[in-house]
Ligand binder design. Structure first.
Ligand SMILES: NC(=O)C1=CN([C@@H]2O[C@H](COP(=O)(O)OP(=O)(O)OC[C@H]3O[C@@H](n4cnc5c(N)ncnc54)[C@H](OP(=O)(O)O)[C@@H]3O)[C@@H](O)[C@H]2O)C=CC1
Ligand SMILES: O=C(O)[C@H](O)COP(=O)(O)O
Length: 472
């Protein structure tokens, strides 16, 4: 099937196309347009033209479109989930729940938008102010939002940008990941069926390496909302100039296990956190920092949990499926080889067939190994043994990333103390690292991002304060 882009309310082809194949078996799934610069310009101009009428609607009116889209998305969860599973090799159950989670997110955004009502302030509270001075403080849309999503959640991490942008009164240019663009265009079809006015929501497909910079630098773009790799995020930061951005980038989330932890529970959480969707999540646990005294016990519990994971076909709901592409599999294999060469002890079988990589746990990982610092975005988990809480915090904070961490202990005051020292956006106590629930704030610091996501926070980020002040 030849998928098309939604531009100015019409479905459009481009002269050039990109064929999308399934990473599972190479099955051809369809083609998407490779947009030219002129076509991008037209989409941008259409968005700009649609802005005044869309922002003039009440939040209730905008919410009606979002709620309708959520209903359609949920109705089509099996069709969209099946495509998603094929396109990014995600377990079919997880793919369908990504679609349902997204419908919930869109509904929540619609509702949350109704509460962004502004405030009325009075100058009498400030020494040099006057009680006769009043300000009506409201929020306004930033304008044209460029939403760029990654392959790993092509529906959810697209809608988590699009829905808060739209409810805030913005118009959207949506660039899906190329591997994931059919899923992105199916999401686009949902908004079209919901009757979103022409130009308010436009999709632009094409390789990021070809049209990415052009999109980012485009004069019509007022806000860039990006999830993906740190190098591209850093580039966006440089090219954005004075425009506001939101970046959600890579991570190297640590699971810190103290001596008094419930080790069975910790092992279960660590394995679920590290290996879900074959480790291709920014919030995956990507290193374990465990106190020496309990390291043997924890390592054997983790090994036992990993040995329960199934490997194979997303349509059999295997826990571990083929990673997204060959460069990614090669990169992961490079990290594995480096760890082996430098003396890490593999607790599970090291095996690769094409792009299917069996889940590997390495014990006795040391800080001279690449796997101690680099993000594999694949099913590899290093265990680093430490002698003290201070050493764990030091290694955790030495990372270039700062997304999340998990601390496993029964000592809550100590958990809080550690949480306060960790240079990350979120710390989970006795649980795996994770983005959800989607209503919570989600952010990375250092190389993991800029700005705060989470439905309410995303709406706030993509709207700005406008004050109208008067004296009576
Ligand atoms: N923190 C997170 O949530 C995630 C982090 N990652 C990290 O990113 C790596 C690769 O995943 P991937 O999805 O390919 O991430 P990328 O950063 O390569 O791509 C993310 C999005 O950016 C687009 N893009 C690529 N180049 C540019 C550019 N110059 N300007 C603007 N947009 C561009 C991509 O388009 P196209 O697909 O056409 O190249 C895609 O839509 C992973 O190995 C991981 O490290 C990935 C996913 C999520
Ligand atoms: O990009 C990612 O990997 C996601 O933001 C992680 O989301 P999750 O914790 O809900 O899987």
């Amino acid at each position: 099937m030849n998928y098309q882009n939604l531009v100015n309310g019409e479905w459009k082809d481009s002269k050039n196309t990109i064929t999308i194949y399934s990473p599972i078996n190479g099955e051809e799934l369809g083609t998407v347009p490779a947009m030219s610069r002129e076509e991008v310009d037209f989409a941008m101009e259409s968005a700009r033209k649609a802005l005044p009428a869309w922002r003039a609607l009440s939040a209730v009116e905008r919410a009606a479109y979002l709620n309708k889209a959520a209903d359609i998305l949920e109705r089509d969860k099996d069709k969209i989930g099946e495509n998603l599973a094929k396109e990014v090799a995600k377990g079919i159950k997880a793919a369908i729940s990504e679609v349902v989670r997204t419908a919930d997110l869109i509904r929540y955004a619609a509702e949350e938008g109704l509460r962004i009502t502004g405030e009325f302030v009075n100058g009498g509270g400030f020494e040099a102010g006057s009680k006769r001075k009043y300000g009506a403080v409201k929020r306004e849309p930033v304008g044209v939002v460029l939403a760029i999503a990654p392959f790993n959640y092509p529906v959810n991490l697209s809608a988590s940008k699009i829905a808060p942008a739209l409810i805030g009164g913005n118009v959207v240019i949506f660039k899906p990941p190329t591997q994931g663009s059919i899923s992105g265009l199916l999401l686009t079809q949902v908004f079209a069926e919901a009757g979103i006015p022409a130009g308010v929501f436009n999709s632009v497909t094409g390789k990021g390496s070809e049209i990415g910079d052009y999109l980012i630098e485009h004069k019509e773009v007022n806000f860039i909302n990006f999830t993906g790799s740190t190098p591209i995020g850093e580039k966006i930061g440089k090219l954005a100039g004075m425009r506001p951005i939101m970046l959600e980038l890579g991570g190297k989330d640590a699971g810190i296990v103290l001596e008094d932890a419930d080790l069975e529970k910790a092992a279960k959480n660590i394995v679920a956190g590290a290996f879900s969707y074959s480790g291709q999540r920014c919030t995956a646990i990507k290193r374990v920092l465990v106190m020496d005294f309990v390291a043997d016990k924890l390592a054997s519990l983790i090994k036992a949990e990993v040995e329960k994971l199934t490997v194979g076909d997303p349509f059999d709901n295997a826990d571990i499926t083929t990673v997204i592409d060959t460069p990614s599999a090669d990169f992961i294999e490079g990290l594995i080889k480096d760890a082996q060469e430098k003396g890490a002890k593999a607790l599970t079988t090291v095996k690769r067939e094409k792009n299917l990589i069996w889940p590997v746990v390495f014990d006795n990982v040391t800080t001279d190994m690449r796997i101690a610092w680099e993000e594999p975005f694949g099913p590899v988990l290093p265990i680093i043994r430490v002698k003290s809480v201070d050493e764990a915090v030091e290694i955790a904070n030495k990372s270039e990333y700062g997304l999340q961490s998990a601390v496993f202990t029964k000592n809550f005051p100590l958990a809080f103390e550690i949480a306060e020292k960790l240079e990350v956006g979120t710390v989970h106590i006795n649980n795996k690292t994770q983005r959800g629930p989607d209503s919570f704030p989600f952010l990375g610091i250092k190389g993991s991002g800029a700005g705060v996501q989470g439905i309410k926070y995303s709406i706030e980020s993509m709207t700005r304060v406008k004050s109208i002040v008067f004296d009576i």
